[in-house]
Design a protein around this ligand. Structure first.
Ligand code: ATP
Ligand code: LTN
Length: 335
């Protein structure tokens, strides 16, 4: 992205490299990001600093960061249009996060539901980073003067606090940060767990059969769909108390572009076995080209290094302006 095209609205989003990227992440987030690239000035990041709020095994973590980066490109993010960087490569994020920590109240952070959930889940490691996680996310967003942030329901509260922090800072020092708006996708797919379809599909779910990873092998994908929880009615149609089938119809619709009604008609008189196989096949077809591009990218490390270095260079340049502005207003001496 060149600076002369900066008239378009700025969209910023990031994904944590905290495990494999699921079909939920793809259909609910990544795929929408790809579509935003022409209309907006998009900036995307791999939020690796956020990921260490829970313990990571170094070797796996390193691989997950690179995989997440490559997967963003494999899904269709074009770095000529949208810079993609790795958060820890751009020091302004940690710097502004510290500063914003001093403009965020303990009480506000205590009310974050993700903190409450995660501190229960990882009760042996309720670290300060887990607590101040939303402040780092605020820094990610505010550094780029983002107009909009595509967020799922789970991240809405974090965007709210980012807005609050920005408003507070602007209130004290005059306009420094743009107040970001949530970007709600027109067709946002919410993918549910294949084992408990009342819960969202989540990569941190211990039951590996509950999620499908974009990088899962075709036979694994098929096996997971065949094991998907359904109901005893054996009719492929959307209905109350049919969370499993509703979810499978939703997935089928998201990957084929067909409406739920079209899918119901197509599978009239057919059993769940046939339907699950068809959903599995459609998902395999969707991820196949992504997997191929992903493998090509991982075989071309030099290309990835070049891309994440230039992404970080761009990000540092843009974000430094905001950081310098904020520091000057507070009264720090210019470096
Ligand atoms: P975790 O299990 O660690 O909470 P996650 O799989 O829920 O991870 P996040 O890293 O929190 O994923 O989310 C990345 C993006 O993917 C967010 O924009 C989020 O809204 C979206 N997303 C995650 N899970 C789903 C899902 N099941 N359906 C649709 N979108 C999803
Ligand atoms: N917390 C987010 C990832 C994230 C993010 C951001 C999203 C980190 N920084 C900035 C939007 C904007 C998550 O877990 N999905």
């Amino acid at each position: 992205m060149s600076e002369t095209t900066e008239k378009k609205k700025v969209i910023l989003s990031a994904i944590q490299p905290s495990g494999t990227i699921t079909l939920g992440n793809y259909l609910g987030a990544l795929r929408n990001w790809v579509k935003l690239q022409d209309e907006y000035n998009c900036i995307f990041a791999v939020a690796d600093l956020h990921a260490i709020t829970v313990r990571q095994e170094p070797k796996t973590f390193r691989q997950n960061i690179l995989n997440a980066y490559a997967l963003l490109l494999a899904c269709g993010i074009d770095t000529d249009k949208s810079p993609v960087f790795i958060q820890s490569h751009v020091p302004t994020h940690a710097e502004l996060a510290w500063i914003l920590n001093c403009y965020t109240q303990f009480g506000e952070l205590s009310r974050m539901t993700q903190f409450k959930d995660k501190s229960q889940k990882h009760s042996d490691n309720v670290n300060a980073g887990l607590f101040t996680y939303p402040v780092l996310m605020a820094a990610d967003i505010l550094l780029y003067q983002a107009d909009m942030v595509p967020v799922g329901a789970d991240q809405k509260q974090h965007l709210e606090i980012a807005r609050k922090i920005a408003e507070r800072f602007n209130g004290i020092y005059g306009t420094t940060f743009k107040i970001p708006e949530p970007y709600i996708a027109k067709v946002g797919a919410r993918v549910m767990s294949l084992q408990d379809p009342t819960k969202k599909m989540s990569k941190s779910d211990e039951n590996v059969n509950s999620w499908v990873a974009v990088l899962d092998k075709p036979d694994v994908i098929m096996k997971k769909f065949k094991r998907a929880v359904t109901d005893s009615e054996a009719v492929v149609r959307v209905g109350e108390g049919k969370d499993g089938i509703n979810n499978l119809i939703g997935i089928m619709s998201a990957v084929t572009g067909k409406t739920a009604e079209e899918i119901e008609t197509e599978f009239e008189g057919k059993g769940y076995g046939d339907f699950k196989t068809a959903v599995g096949e459609a998902v395999i077809e969707t991820v196949k080209p992504i997997q191929n591009r992903f493998n090509d990218l991982l075989n071309n490390k030099d290309y990835l290094v070049e891309k994440y270095r230039s992404g970080a260079e761009f990000a540092l340049k843009i974000s430094s302006r905001t950081l310098d502005k904020a520091m000057k207003k507070i009264g720090f001496i210019a470096r």
